[in-house]
Design a protein around this ligand. Sequence first.
Ligand SMILES: Nc1ncnc2c1ncn2[C@@H]1O[C@H](COP(=O)(O)OP(=O)(O)OP(=O)(O)O)[C@@H](O)[C@H]1O
Ligand SMILES: [Mg+2]
Length: 218
Amino acid sequence: MKVVISIGGSVIASPKPNVNYIKNFSQLIKKLTTEGHDIKVVVGGGAIAREYIQALRELGASEDYCDKSGILATRLNAMLISAAFGVYKDIPEDLNIKCSDIFIIGGIKPGQTTDAVSAEIAAKCKADLLINATNVDGIYDSDPRKNPSAIKLKEIKSEKLIELVEQVHKAGLSTIIDPVAAKIIHRNKIRTIVLDGRNLESIEKAIKGENHGGTLVS
Ligand SMILES: Nc1ncnc2c1ncn2[C@@H]1O[C@H](COP(=O)(O)OP(=O)(O)OP(=O)(O)O)[C@@H](O)[C@H]1O
Ligand SMILES: [Mg+2]
């Protein structure tokens, strides 16, 4: 299977880089690759991105400038994953490259998060599956951090997902899937699973078609 995994900075580096997790994550990807899967990893910004964005905002920086700092943070996090594979190449800065050259990547341009980058790669490279591995165990009918009685959804139609996340992009946006990504997923009918990335077994199960405990976007 060709799979794009969007791994949240919230999972690998919040508040600090979680070296143990990163080692185990890379072991899993190596194992899945040996089993014949073609995996691409998109890495998010996490706490460091939010800290810089907040500080820059307080300093009066534009949204565009804040977003650019967030993108640099995603590349820092991507370096962590890359190092776990013993790969010390520069993190790609745009998607004008062959699919076979995309392995570990972070943010690309202001106006979207790495959720959108992963959806763009899934569309461009015709992936069979997009996994959004985050710090919550699926998509709820509202933000479970703000609403304790939010209900978890087993499945959601992509057009409903667009309605759920409908908002304008802001640097450092913390949302289950950013609005740009939701539209790309809908337009390209990308099979997407949102799951708890802190649980590596859940990622493996999603790829193997087993019960992953997350939410399927159909
Ligand atoms: N409808 C929803 N269902 C589930 N979680 C939601 C929803 N709306 C907002 N959230 C929030 O989205 C958060 C996950 O997104 P967030 O952007 O913070 O993490 P990430 O994408 O994994 O990491 P990063 O953006 O740092 O790479 C959850 O902790 C949750 O509070
Ligand atoms: Mg995010």
